[in-house]
Design a protein around this ligand. Structure first.
Ligand code: ZN
Length: 130
């Protein structure tokens, strides 16, 4: 567990605790029973909404190229295939964007996993096999 995951867990339990404490001031023990799950649910809902917003803001950005020179703005859209969109970076390398995966198109026509994106995280190395 890294520091960010620890922070999420602490916020999750703190939301449950304070929600329960607030509700118990009105309804006593029933407030704790209702307030704790409500606070935890609310924390998860806010976490999900923030994740969706971060994801939406970064959705159109492409990862840095394999040679480490080209940023998202340096890519040129080349073609649309049935499987996804083909982009070419300034180095001349081609990539295929399929959903949340950015695959390297090699000159011999082979396709290799390169990067993939997940919620709350920047592009990460794609370690799955193609
Ligand atoms: Zn490049």
């Amino acid at each position: 567990m890294n520091i960010m995951e620890l922070m999420y867990v602490v916020i999750f339990f703190a939301a449950g605790y304070y929600s329960g404490k607030f509700a118990s001031s009105y309804w006593g023990i029933a407030g704790w029973i209702i307030g704790i799950p409500f606070g935890c649910f609310l924390a998860l809902l806010i976490y999900w909404i923030i994740g969706e917003l971060v994801y939406a803001c970064n959705y159109n950005k492409l990862p840095i190229c394999k040679k480490g020179r080209c940023q998202s703005k340096d890519y040129e859209h080349v073609e649309i295939r049935d499987t996804g969109w083909v982009f070419r970076c300034q180095c001349g390398d081609n990539y295929l964007l399929v959903g949340n995966r950015f695959l390297a198109l090699l000159e011999d026509g082979a396709i290799h996993p390169y990067m993939r994106r997940a919620r709350f995280r920047p592009w990460q190395e794609d370690k799955t096999c193609e």
